[in-house]
Design a protein around this ligand. Structure first.
Ligand SMILES: N[C@@H](CCC(=O)N[C@@H](CS)C(=O)NCC(=O)O)C(=O)O
Length: 212
């Protein structure tokens, strides 16, 4: 199957994770950020991820893709969890500061969706409308970082002894992957171990090599 993604995108990471966890072959296609036509031809709007199924039809919405692929072949691996599971509650509370720290840094990094100056500029314009001026956001790093590190310390207890895979991983790992673009974040041991285990089992790489 083919999956159309942006490399930095957390929703796209969810859809990629299921292929790695099930060891299913995947043709990954990176869209340019300013390419409106390709996604619109497939699903009627500019969005990612988009799955091209074996019959050539297309499907958007990351968790729908996850469940479709999970049910497509072999035993299912995405055990459902409650909306108020400790991991979901943590992820929701950490989401905004993780975005504020990571978005201006992702925008500067070397991702295939930013391969042209126009594509990179498009992302910046759109995200500054959502999050404000990138220079100001970068300037708030020393204010945002201690809060996120306190939240990571809380998460460390939640992740102690965790070895299994369930639906919570599709909320948590993409968020921590985004955060990995931020340089010098202190990760407690269980969180770090979790990130490394999920990177290995999903094949969806962290951004430590691009951190800034
Ligand atoms: N609910 C969707 C959200 C997907 C989403 O918001 N993707 C972003 C990319 S990270 C997007 O398509 N943004 C609109 C755009 O790029 O113009 C899902 O889970 O797949």
């Amino acid at each position: 199957m083919k999956l159309y993604v942006y490399d930095h995108c957390p929703f796209c990471a969810k859809a990629r994770m299921i292929f790695g966890l099930k060891s299913l072959p995947l043709e990954l296609r990176f869209l340019l950020e300013d390419d409106v036509d390709t996604p619109t031809e497939m699903v009627g709007r500019k969005t990612a991820p988009i799955l091209e199924k074996p019959d050539g039809s297309h499907m958007a919405e990351s968790m729908e893709i996850v469940h479709y692929v999970d049910g497509h072949q072999g035993e299912t691996v995405v055990t459902p969890t409650g909306e108020n599971s400790p991991i979901r509650v943590w992820q929701e509370s950490a989401w905004r500061p993780i975005l504020e720290l990571s978005i201006p840094r992702l925008a500067e990094a070397n991702f295939p969706e930013f391969a042209t100056p126009e594509a990179r500029a498009d992302f910046k314009t759109r995200q500054e409308q959502n999050f404000g001026d990138f220079d100001e956001l970068i300037g708030r790093t020393s204010e945002l970082m201690p809060g996120v590190e306190r939240q990571l310390a809380e998460l460390d207890g939640v992740l102690a002894g965790r070895e299994h895979v369930d639906a919570d991983d599709f909320a948590l790992y993409p968020s921590l992957r985004m955060l990995s673009i931020v340089k010098d974040v202190m990760y407690p041991a269980n969180v770090r171990r979790y990130m490394e285990r999920l990177e290995q089992t999903t094949g969806v790489g962290l951004h430590f090599d691009k951190a800034r």
